[in-house]
Structure formats: C-alpha cells, structure tokens
Design a protein. Structure first.
Length: 195
C-alpha cells in the first residue's frame, strides 16, 4: 500500500514523536535539518522508503549502552556511584544487570521509568538464595554480592512496555541466580486499534 502524502507522514512524525523539533528529528534519523524542512514545507517529496524509515525511527525504541561492568562498592555512597555510572540516564527506563566478583550475571531487572530508583531498590532487597552452613556471615542484602553493574537505556514508547519485553527475553535465555521468575513473552501489540 503506497502512502499518498509522504510529506504529511514526515510532518506527523516530527510533530508527534520528535517534539515538533526538526533538530531532534535530524539527530534521530540522520537526515539534515535542511532536508527535513523541505519535506515539511512541501518543497520536495521524500521517497516511500524515507517515510517508512521516519516512522520506524519514531516507533522502534533505541537501545543505548549506559554503562557496562562498572565497578560497584556497596560500602561507598550508592547514589553517588549510580549517578556517575548512569551519566544522565538516571531517570530513563531501561534494563540493568548485577554481576558477582567473577562477572557472572546474578540479577537482571527492569526500570519502567527510573533506572536509578529501581537499581537502588533492587540493591536493598534481601538475598533470596541459600548459602552453605559453613559460611558464618552470609550476605543478607543484594548489594553485598554485587561487584559490577551494567545498565541500558531502553526508550519507552506508547502502547508498549519495552523494558518488560527485553527483560523477559533475556531471562528466558539465561536466568541469573537471584531472579525468581522466568519472564513471559507476550505480543508487543495485542490488538488493532479501532479506526
């Protein structure tokens, strides 16, 4: 099915998904601001593939590496360490991973709105695994086991919970020791919206 007014598609995407900001649209799509302005002003018409690409950039989330295997010390200020690790992504939705001293993943979690808040909450949880009786002082909180942290910004989009879906997929592939649930996979878009 061919799109009749590809310029309208570009205008719609810029208005509704790129904050009505041509600069943001340019950064996300790779097209120059000048070219986007020509399309929006009906001076030139984009190809069908370009209009589809714009829609994809608007609707498909961008996954950004925030930090990988950043050293963590539970005896130091946790908020300060996370603020530095998350480097401007503290309030972003995303996925995070805790690792032990051998860099084995021990916990995977999601944050629907704030990576920092969710990571702090997860670090404060009780350890949910048994230790051998020969260990006299087993760790009681997750933060005592964590030696490294990775975090990924997973942009939340309308009608979908991408952090949840990414977390569920990874949990099905490799279940870390401290995760209790396997994670279910569901359709991203369940039903067709009414016209």
């Amino acid at each position: 099915m061919e799109v009749e007014d590809k310029n309208a598609v570009i205008r719609f995407v810029v208005k509704n998904y790129f904050k009505q900001d041509v600069k943001v649209a340019s950064e996300r799509t790779g097209y120059t601001q000048s070219q986007i302005k020509k399309w929006m002003g009906n001076k030139t018409q984009p190809r069908l593939e370009t209009a589809r690409y714009f829609m994809a950039k608007a609707l498909i989330p961008e996954f950004k590496i925030v930090c990988e295997h950043s050293p963590f010390n539970h005896q130091e200020n946790i908020s300060a360490q996370l603020k530095q690790m998350l480097n401007g992504h503290s309030d972003a939705p995303g996925i995070y991973v805790f690792y032990d001293s051998l860099c084995e993943p021990i916990y995977l979690g999601k944050a629907n709105s704030s990576l920092q808040t969710e990571i702090i909450n997860a670090l404060g949880r009780k350890v949910s695994m048994a230790f051998p009786q020969t260990i006299k002082s087993p760790p009681s909180k997750v933060r005592e086991i964590v030696k490294y942290i990775s975090a990924y910004d997973v942009e939340g989009k309308e009608h979908s919970d991408y952090p949840k879906h990414v977390e569920s997929l990874i949990l099905r592939i490799k279940k870390p020791l401290l995760n209790k649930q396997l994670g279910g996979l569901t359709k991203v878009i369940n039903t067709k919206p009414e016209e």
